[in-house]
Design a protein around this ligand. Structure first.
Ligand SMILES: C[S@@+](CC[C@H](N)C(=O)[O-])C[C@H]1O[C@@H](n2cnc3c(N)ncnc32)[C@H](O)[C@@H]1O
Length: 295
């Protein structure tokens, strides 16, 4: 399979990410390497630490960035653990860090990873295959209340309790093994009248499960704290988020840093993709870019 992910807001991200043309930068979510390839080709003296928790993404990015040789250092890790992964002499010396959150198109489009409700596959949804928690485990082993809470909080699903109820009744008979089985349960749980609006009925449940499996919001909070400790004065923390739960965290954390006099928010309002970008790449439509500059 070719690894094809169209980078979102790439021109804008690069503009804010780079302020020192000889600096060391971190791409905390290298994915297919789209943002990084632009950084390395446009700024021939920068170096890059490329991070991703998905070994498939790392492999694809290594292939794409191989012509840059030892200008790139590879780290397969969750960005929440970056402090331990970056050599102590580099702490507070990183010129800028980019987070382009969420899953990449290849992760989403490969049915075997279980992220998509468009295909039938094992319930997985892990970005990091060494994570012991899969969607199968959560759906089959957690209590009805926990499932309902997750769907409500992370999917903003108004039928969370009913869906959890249907899940728990179904798994009493046999384990729920596939995305297809889960989609059928969600469809049965949401009343037909409500199913006519709001897109695919499984969209919110799948979002919630993905966030839960990968502990995405806690990882984001920790990743941002780590970033703040690593980035040098005048360096930027640049974040592209794709849904309101993520964006709320970024906005809140940046405000808190400003109150603590750690620097200032560069983007009073988040940047969003142009109409042309959304037409070219519909997956960019919910993207928001926020930037913080260290004092
Ligand atoms: C939207 S893609 C990045 C695409 C990349 N910027 C490009 O232009 O090709 C997000 C990537 O971040 C990775 N990721 C998400 N959360 C992560 C985390 N907490 N730690 C490390 N990597 C993470 C995913 O595995 C995925 O490869």
């Amino acid at each position: 399979m070719t690894y094809s992910h169209v980078s979102v807001l790439s021109k804008e991200a690069l503009e804010y990410w780079v302020h020192d043309e000889e600096g060391i930068y971190i791409d905390a979510t290298v994915g297919g390497g789209g943002h990084s390839v632009q950084l390395l080709s446009q700024f021939p003296h920068v170096r890059l630490i490329a991070v991703d928790q998905d070994p498939v993404a790392i492999q694809a990015a290594q292939e794409r960035l191989k012509s840059f040789g030892d200008r790139v250092t590879w780290v397969r890790a969750n960005f929440r653990d970056l402090t331990e992964k970056i050599e102590p002499p580099l702490h507070t010396h990183i010129a800028g860090i980019l987070f382009d959150l969420g899953v990449s198109s290849p992760q989403f489009d490969d049915p075997s990873r279980g992220f998509t409700y468009q295909a039938d596959a094992a319930l997985d949804m892990r970005m990091d295959p060494s994570n012991p928690i899969t969607a199968f485990r959560l759906i089959n082993m957690r209590s009805k209340e926990e499932i309902a809470r997750a769907l409500h909080e992370w999917g903003e699903e108004r039928w969370a309790k009913r869906i959890a109820d249907f899940i728990v009744k179904a798994r009493e008979k046999e384990p729920i093994r596939t995305t297809g089985q889960l989609v059928e349960l969600i469809k049965a749980a949401i009343p037909a009248s409500a199913r006519r609006t709001g897109g695919h009925p499984a969209r919110r449940t799948f979002q919630a499960l993905r966030i839960w499996v990968n502990d995405e919001l806690a990882a984001l909070n920790q990743g941002l704290e780590t970033a703040q400790r690593l980035v040098a004065p005048k360096g930027r923390v640049v974040v592209i988020s794709f849904h309101s739960l993520e964006d709320r965290i970024v906005k809140h954390v940046f405000r808190q840093w400003e109150q603590e006099h750690k620097g200032h928010i560069v983007t009073k309002h988040p940047l969003t993709p142009s109409k042309e970008e959304v037409l070219d790449n519909p997956r960019s439509r919910s993207a928001k870019l926020r930037v913080f500059e260290q004092s």
